[in-house]
Design a protein around this ligand. Structure first.
Ligand code: NAD
Length: 335
């Protein structure tokens, strides 16, 4: 099957080529994102393969359908960038990679907690400058701190398991309880209780209408002074402006972000020689107690291999008319 791959980075090409060796799929790799100006590149391709920042709006999907595209294969789990209803109307199938390495993301969340707590990012710079004083580097024991996990699916459950290893007290909030997480001794509480009691709050739920800006000024006012907030999920779970206000007030003592609500214009590109035009982001990076990574929590060898293998399996299943186990539909997300 002919597939146009958008937002291609060298590692995507390497892993997809390797995973498709025994198939007859023909991939054409485009570095550009899929959008209004680039959708014409997809004409004549039965499949498009896209990532988190490719925008599959109603209009783009209509143009894909006109060009003969029948399958949208996401190389990620989240599908908030795809108008699934429009795809269904245009009779395009949408498939995704529901899980690749939940360990990668959970481990990154914990890496952010430890780095912020023990100020590894500052210590690294100090030592390189020959400053061996411990000024400003004091942290706290993770032992017996209360960690609130919002969303206890695949990633949240692994984060819980890792944090259990530190002997943290675990609080959880989810619309569905996970028995695996309960078995670790985590206590499911209301979101209000979780915010009020946690020393660290870590977000692992999807971005949906219900979760948009769940961390807003009201939620932040409930939190302990000096709380650590970690978001490796999706940027728009957090109202960034409200977070900036509470960083200034001192209520947020530590902030670790792998995602940012306006990240599409920044992440995955080298902008080091450009002036950043996003004033909110620019303000965020001035705080000494904030670390930001550019949506890299998933970025491990194991995850990339798994993404490529599942993507190739999804495309093969479509080509052979088999059941699409990873299909995304309006009514349900299979698996
Ligand atoms: P998952 O589907 O296994 O778990 C998500 C959990 O969130 C589920 O248990 C679900 O019940 C819960 N949930 C749904 N609505 C909720 C609500 N209103 N409040 C609280 N919880 C709610 O997904 P996962 O694999 O654990 O991934 C979680 C999120 O991580 C994804 O949605 C994605 O946005 C993000 N993610 C980020 C990266 C990265 O590189 N930073 C990579 C993969 C996934």
């Amino acid at each position: 099957m002919k597939v146009a791959v958008f937002s291609t980075k060298p590692y995507d090409e390497t892993f997809l080529k390797s995973a498709s060796q025994s198939s007859t799929h023909e991939f054409t790799f485009f570095e550009t994102r899929l959008g209004e100006k680039t959708v014409s590149l997809a004409a004549g391709y039965e499949g498009v393969c896209v990532f988190v920042h490719d925008q599959l709006t109603d209009e783009i999907i209509q143009r894909l359908a006109e060009g003969g595209t029948k399958l949208i294969a996401l190389r990620c789990a989240g599908f908030n960038n795809v108008n699934v209803a429009a795809a269904q109307t245009q009779k395009l199938k949408v498939v995704r990679v529901p899980a690749y390495s939940p360990h990668a993301v959970a481990e990154h969340a914990v890496a952010m907690m430890l780095s912020l707590n023990r100020k590894i990012y500052k210590a690294y710079a100090h030592v390189r400058e020959g400053d061996f004083s411990l000024h400003g580097l004091m942290g706290f024991d993770m032992y017996q701190k209360t960690v609130g996990i919002v969303g206890t699916g695949k990633i949240g459950a692994i984060a819980a398991k890792i944090l259990k290893g530190f002997d943290c007290r675990l609080l959880a909030y989810d619309v569905h309880k996970n028995p695996e997480v309960e078995a670790l001794g985590a206590q499911y509480v209301t979101l209000t209780d979780l915010f009020e009691q946690s020393d660290i709050v870590t977000l692992h739920c999807p971005l949906m209408h219900e979760t948009y800006h769940m961390i807003n000024q009201y939620a932040l006012k409930l939190m302990k002074k000096g709380v650590m907030l970690i978001n490796t999920s999706r940027g728009a779970l957090i109202d960034t402006q409200a977070v900036i206000e509470e960083l200034k007030s001192g209520r947020i003592g530590y902030l670790g972000l792998d995602v940012y609500e306006e990240e599409e214009d920044l992440f995955y590109e080298d902008k080091s020689l450009q002036v950043i035009q996003d004033d909110v982001f620019s303000r965020l990076i001035t705080f000494p107690n904030v670390i930001i990574t550019g949506h890299q929590a998933f970025f491990t060898q194991e995850a990339l291999q798994s993404i490529a293998e599942t993507t190739v399996q999804n495309i093969t299943a479509f080509e052979q008319g088999k059941e699409l186990v990873n299909e995304v539909t309006v009514d349900r997300v299979k698996k």
